[in-house]
Each structure stands twice: as C-alpha cells, then as structure tokens.
Design a protein around this ligand. Structure first.
Ligand code: NAI
Length: 317
C-alpha cells in the first residue's frame, strides 16, 4: 500500500465485531491483519468490509480522512495466527463468547507477540480474569468491550484485571480515543460491566410496568426514544440532573427524596416468563413482525448513521 502505516493491529475472529474493529482501525491509518479459524470466513469478511466501506463513502459516513480505497488497502486477511500477531503492537480478540475458547486463543498467540503488545478482548463475559489467569503474558491483557454497532456507537468499556499493567490501561485508552471511539475505564469488576447493568435495570422496569398494565409495550418504547433517549444521545443522566437544576447538589435537594420514594416502589427482578411474556411477545410481534426484522434493522442502521453524522458535525462547532 502507498499509505504509510502507523503500526500493525492484529484482529482474531472476522465476524461482526472483528470486521467493525478492522474498519475502525484502518480509518485511523493503522495496518490491520485479520485472522479467522475458518479461512473462507476471512475472504468473505474482506468482501463485506469492501462493500461496507463503499456504502459509508457513498453516504458520507466514512470515518477518518483516508479514501475508502486507501482504508481498504490497509486491511489484509491472513491464515496464520503467528503472522497475524507478529510485530503487532495491539491485538483485538473477537472470537465467540466462550471463555475457554478465548483462553485458548490467548494461549496460542502468547508466544508470538512482543513484550509491549497489548492483548485486548472484545468479550462481554462476566468473569474476564478467568481466561487470562494462567497466561504468561496476563499483565498485557485487557478487555476492550465495544458497543454494537461499533462504527456508530462509540462507547468501549475498558476493563483491566488485577494483574493488568497500569501502562497497558493508559495506552489502550489513548489508542481508542485516537481512533475516535469513546473509552471508559471500569475500575472494579462487576457482572455485566456498566453498560449492560444500566440496560438491564431499564429492561426490568419496562417489563414490570408493561406486565403490571401501567403502559403498553409500544408506549414505553416511546418514553425512551421520544423522551429520555433524546437527551441521552448527548449527555448522561447525571449531567441531565446537573443542568435541570442549579447544579447537581441543588438537584438532589429538589428531587432526591422523590427519587428515593419512587425507587422504593420498584418491584422484584422479573422472571421473564408466563402470561407476562406472552403479552409482551404478542405486542412486539405485532409491531415488528418477525419476517420484517431485517428490514427494520436497516431502518435502524440508517438512523444511527445519520445521528453519528450529526454528532460529528456538531463536534466541529
Ligand atoms: P461472530 O460469531 O460474528 O464472529 C466470531 C468469529 O470468530 C467467526 O467468524 C468465527 O469463525 C471466528 N472464530 C471462532 N473460533 C475462532 C478461533 N479459535 N480463532 C479465530 N477465529 C475464530 O461473533 P461477534 O458477534 O463478532 O462477537 C465476537 C465477540 O465480541 C464476542 O466475545 C462477543 O461477545 C463480543 N461482542 C459482540 C457484540 C455484538 O453485538 N455482536 C457487542 C460487543 C461485544
């Protein structure tokens, strides 16, 4: 390629997430080598990446300042694990969500990487320490958990384990920021990390309200997308409270007791079964029939792309 690479990234696993990471790193000028246990999968992944880059370019959504051809020229497929990670300064593992499989992948690449290579996992596993505990290079391992779809949803949860070198945490955060993602550091291991904990809290309350007959499934989704979600696309709930009052402290004075009173009426964790399940499933299938899911996903992705574009423009003013 004519583009001077800024360094080599190795990607293990060329599924949905592996392809996304490849495009994101290439958009920032990094050389990306992508590997999969199924070699035909790598070939298909490259074709799909090429098509996606063309689509992004056509819709004005291509990230970075390089052309789609330049970005594509930075990405190559590889059928050797050793060649994929050799001389890479950063490796991103994207194999299926099975802790034993991930442990094996890290064990296999360990002999071929440098002492300063960062070994990052895309896992949403609850016990990340489990698959790095027995590695020689466990101090180089870290979790970088993306949000789907990573090309538009920029959040990456960065989770070190107790044996991760502090320098690895810093370098990972800096790299992710440089390529345009939004890393946050999770300082203490909790199941579900943080993004899923918030999501599950919301899903539980949605379930309770719908199955208690307070609101329909359709209307509760409106509460999110027409109400709370409008703000959340730009700022989090703590800043919302800070701005809605004369600062957060004043917000607590005004609303703290209401928050406590209302929260004390939240019900138990639902079991997602029985009549309630039938009810929610029926309402959802009526709204988006199962044979229209794919169409609706395209609709969603167009909107996420437009929002990402708007945010990009707004960040310049
Ligand atoms: P996927 O199933 O689309 O892709 C996994 C790829 O890994 C496949 O191409 C498979 O052939 C390959 N593979 C299997 N064993 C391998 C091995 N030993 N060596 C190399 N490649 C191997 O899965 P997806 O969705 O891309 O997920 C990957 C990881 O990212 C998982 O840990 C998942 O939890 C995580 N993740 C997924 C998100 C999502 O929404 N799909 C969001 C955030 C994280």
């Amino acid at each position: 390629s004519e583009i001077e690479s800024k360094g080599k990234i190795g990607i293990i696993g060329s599924g949905l997430i592996g392809k996304s990471w490849a495009m994101i790193f290439a958009s920032a000028g990094y050389e990306v080598v992508i590997y999969d246990i199924i070699s035909s999968q790598v070939k298909d992944a490259l074709t799909s990446i090429k098509d996606q880059l063309a689509d992004f370019s056509k819709s004005g959504m291509l990230r970075g300042s390089l052309t789609q051809e330049e970005q594509f020229s930075l990405i190559t497929g590889c059928n050797s694990l050793e060649e994929t990670v050799k001389d890479a300064f950063y490796v991103q593992e994207c194999v299926p969500e099975k802790c034993e499989l991930k442990a094996q992948v890290f064990k296999d690449i360990e002999p071929f990487v440098r002492d300063d290579t960062i070994l990052a996992s895309s896992t949403s596993c609850t016990q990340p320490a489990d698959f790095t505990r027995d590695l020689k290079r466990r101090s180089q391992c870290i979790i970088a958990h993306p949000t789907n779809p990573p090309y538009y949803a920029l959040l990456v949860e960065v989770i070190p384990s107790e044996w991760t070198k502090p320098e690895v945490v810093e370098r990972t955060k800096n790299l992710l920021e440089e390529i345009g993602q939004v890393p946050v550091c999770i300082k203490k291991m909790v199941p579900g990390f943080v993004s899923n904990r918030l999501q599950y809290a919301i899903i539980c309350e949605c379930w309770r309200l719908v199955t208690d007959g307070v609101i329909s499934a359709e209307d509760i989704d409106k509460v999110m997308w027409a109400g709370l979600g409008t703000r959340y696309a730009f700022m989090g709930p703590l800043e919302v409270m800070h701005l809605n009052s004369e600062g957060f402290e004043n917000g607590v004075e005004r609303y703290g007791s209401s928050i406590e009173r209302v929260s004390s009426t939240f019900g138990p964790i639902p079991s997602f079964s029985g009549e309630g399940l039938k009810e929610v499933v029926n309402q959802m299938n009526e709204r988006v029939p199962l044979d229209q899911l794919e169409e609706r996903r395209k609709w969603r992705d167009r909107r996420l792309a437009a929002l990402a574009k708007l945010k990009q423009e707004l960040s310049k003013v």
